[in-house]
Design a protein around this ligand. Structure first.
Ligand SMILES: [Zn+2]
Length: 143
């Protein structure tokens, strides 16, 4: 079976600079294939989407795969395992995207969403589908 190479995302958009410089396009091996497929699907539904923008001089470096030098690093975060992305869509709010995912079920790999934040965090952890968790209230519910 061939590896899945995303249609709309380059490897440097999904990992921090030090990892990209080490592995180049092999970085796709570090990201769960369900995440890569979901990113392409989201891009097709909602248009341009930024995960990391450090390659173009922006300040997002740790919105995809997250490494231990990140201030927000956690050893148990799904970002640590290449199973989570924080997406910033140019033409859609995070709320709108969350609502779409919950209502349509057209993105079958997503099992977990963060609520009450202005980026779209999704991940594909091994859990009941779909858990909506708020970092503000620290509460989660099935949706
Ligand atoms: Zn996240």
């Amino acid at each position: 079976m061939l590896p899945y190479i995303p249609r709309f995302f380059q490897a440097y958009e999904l990992v921090p600079p030090d990892i990209y410089h080490l592995k180049k396009d092999k970085c796709f091996e570090l990201i769960d294939v369900r995440v890569l497929i979901t990113l392409d699907d989201l891009r097709m539904f909602f248009g341009p989407c930024v995960v990391n923008d450090w390659f173009w001089g922006g300040h997002f470096e740790q919105s995809g795969l997250r490494t231990s030098d990140a201030p927000e690093f956690s050893p148990t975060s799904q970002h640590t395992f290449g199973r989570a992305m924080d997406c910033k869509f140019k033409e859609a709010s995070a709320d709108k995207v969350r609502q779409f995912v919950i209502e349509t079920r057209l993105l079958p790999h997503i099992t977990f969403l963060e609520d009450d934040v202005d980026w779209f965090h999704f991940d594909v952890r091994n859990t009941e589908q779909i858990v909506l968790w708020s970092p503000v209230t620290k509460k989660s519910r099935l949706v």
